[in-house]
Design a protein. Structure first.
Length: 555
């Protein structure tokens, strides 16, 4: 017996020593792969065995930070290989391994993991998931006192708002980032973000404000040389500056800037700018030329974006189930071998110990068994009595439970009837409130200057002339302010043309079709065609008659 125990002890000691040597080797390997990742190494399939072994080892022997790092590095390898689904799965497992309750938690790596997840979500058009990941990056960066990383994560929210066509939120986030950068003394980083306010100001016709931003951007961003030439990759700025010059009727000065944008590879912007310039100069041949080039560039960009999106979605969902099952089976087989080895070791130890104690306890057991057998009759009688008591108690409790169930059922029926009646009353009140709210919005709009102008044209139809482009612009802005929910509903995710948007706004104000035709300088047939197009986009119906009622169901 002593010899067996000695053999087991020697085996356990050898196992512990081997584990210590292996532990140091694996930590060095983990450190090396981590350094390669920080050096922006492009990982290939050849790295998979290395990161797989790291994950397998540290899942069993590592602390929280080592487990997190191992899964993160495996995700980075799959990320570089273009296997987004597996990469996301690895990143998610890495975040689950982190223990944020401990002071030594590697917050820097945790923020980096969520940053990689945000990048994958952005590439695969998942804005809600991207926003959640960016908030995590910002949270852990601030917690780690890494201000620059936190600000960058906050700034990247503009990617999400861009997908949602939320210009106001994009502008708000950009201005906040500029303010934070300036507080930290990074004026160059702050001014580099001014391209967003420049673009928004130009779109909104705020040319004086756009010019102020451009002067600061050119002077302090570090994107321009001493001659005012933009750094390579930043030639899109020439488009914005050219559009500003067009607003000042300086088409001749704007045209060279648009050509610079083209030379930088920004075809859609360059052709669009040249088209606008030659429209201002009223040169038909050039207008026709650049209209075609702009359309071709726009189609090319659209096809590129859609092909890229199809490729990314395919990468996200079209991977082999068989390969995944093979990896899982391989991992299960590895664990099974470990479990078998551990089981054999434990079984040998237990058998050796038990053999000693079983032999010693056998005599006591036999004496105890004899004693129990002698008292068997007494125990059986007591057991029968207890069974009878339990059966009687159970029957009584079952009857009581049935009575309680019947009572509760009646109460539930009464409560349900009361709740149904209350719900009907609430729906009626909500309908009345909605009608009142719509009436108040219409009254408020009718009191505005542009509202009064449009109502005057409507009331004096057809004597009054149709609204000008400026009137329509003011009308759209005021309508958006007073009927924000309605405006958001018809524009969110729906690419409505200008005519389609105007008809939707006039329908909200109860314009008749002949009044719409007068306001838009067209005929009733054109109005009905546009209504049919809107009804198809918003509600999937191929007719014009139901559009007004469909809109009323929501507003």
């Amino acid at each position: 017996m002593k010899f067996i125990i000695h053999i087991i002890s020697v085996f356990l000691m050898a196992t512990v020593l081997a584990s210590c040597v292996d532990n140091e080797t694996m930590r060095q390997r983990l450190s090396y792969v981590s350094q390669c990742n920080r050096a922006d190494t492009v990982f290939t399939e050849a790295w998979l065995p290395t990161v797989d072994s790291l994950v397998s080892y540290f899942d069993r022997h590592g602390n929280a930070n080592e487990k997190m790092m191992a899964h993160y590095l495996k995700g980075r390898v799959h990320h570089d290989m273009g296997e987004s689904p597996i990469a996301l799965e690895c990143y998610q497992k890495a975040t689950e391994m982190a223990d944020t309750t401990k002071k030594d938690c590697d917050l820097r790596t945790l923020a980096a993991i969520y940053g990689q997840m945000a990048d994958l979500f952005d590439r695969n058009y998942l804005p809600d998931d991207e926003m959640e990941a960016l908030r995590k990056v910002e949270h852990f960066a601030w917690k780690n006192k890494d201000s620059l990383t936190a600000i960058i994560a906050y700034r990247l929210r503009t990617r999400v708002y861009h997908l949602r066509c939320d210009t106001d939120s994009m502008l708000y986030v950009t201005n906040k980032c500029i303010e934070m950068y300036r507080k930290l003394g990074h004026n160059d980083l702050a001014t580099q973000l001014l391209i967003m306010p420049i673009s928004v100001s130009l779109d909104r016709g705020q040319y004086t404000e756009a010019w102020k931003y451009m002067q600061v951007h050119e002077k302090e961003s570090g994107f321009f040389d001493s001659n005012g030439n933009a750094r390579q990759g930043k030639e899109l700025y020439y488009y914005y500056k050219g559009m500003y010059l067009l607003s000042q009727n300086q088409a001749d000065n704007a045209i060279p800037l648009f050509h610079k944008a083209l030379s930088g590879g920004f075809l859609e912007a360059g052709y669009k700018g040249l088209l606008s310039a030659y429209k201002q100069k009223r040169i038909p041949d050039s207008i026709a030329k650049y209209a075609q080039l702009y359309a071709t560039g726009n189609d090319s960009t659209f096809m590129h974006v859609n092909q890229e999106r199809v490729h990314q979605v395919s990468a996200l969902y079209d991977f082999s189930h068989q390969q995944r099952m093979a990896e899982e089976n391989k991992l299960k087989a590895t664990y099974l071998r470990l479990y078998i080895l551990l089981f054999i070791l434990l079984a040998t130890t237990i058998i050796a110990i038990c053999a000693y104690f079983v032999n010693k306890a056998r005599t006591k057991s036999m004496l105890r068994i004899n004693e129990l057998l002698s008292n068997r009759k007494e125990l059986q009688t007591m057991l029968d009595e207890k069974r009878a008591q339990i059966a009687a108690f159970s029957a009584e409790k079952e009857l009581e439970i049935e009575r309680i169930k019947l009572k509760n059922l009646k109460l539930l029926e009464m409560r349900f009837e009361e709740q149904t009646q209350l719900q009907l009353e609430i729906e009626h009140l909500n309908l009345e409130l909605k009608k009142f709210s719509n009436l108040e919005m219409e009254k408020a709009f009718s009191k505005t200057t542009i509202g009064q102008l449009f109502l005057q044209i409507k009331d004096n139809y057809p004597k009054q002339p149709s609204p000008s482009s400026l009137d329509w612009s003011r009308f759209t802005k005021s309508f958006r302010e007073h009927f924000n929910c309605y405006y958001t509903f018809i524009t969110d995710g729906n690419r409505l043309s200008t005519d389609q948007l105007r008809i939707c706004m006039m329908l909200r104000l109860n314009f008749h079709e002949y009044e719409m035709a007068h306001f838009m300088n067209t005929d009733n047939q054109r109005i009905n065609r546009v209504k049919q197009q809107v009804n198809k986009k918003l509600f999937g119906e191929s007719n014009s008659k139901s559009l007004r009622n469909n809109l009323r169901q929501y507003f």
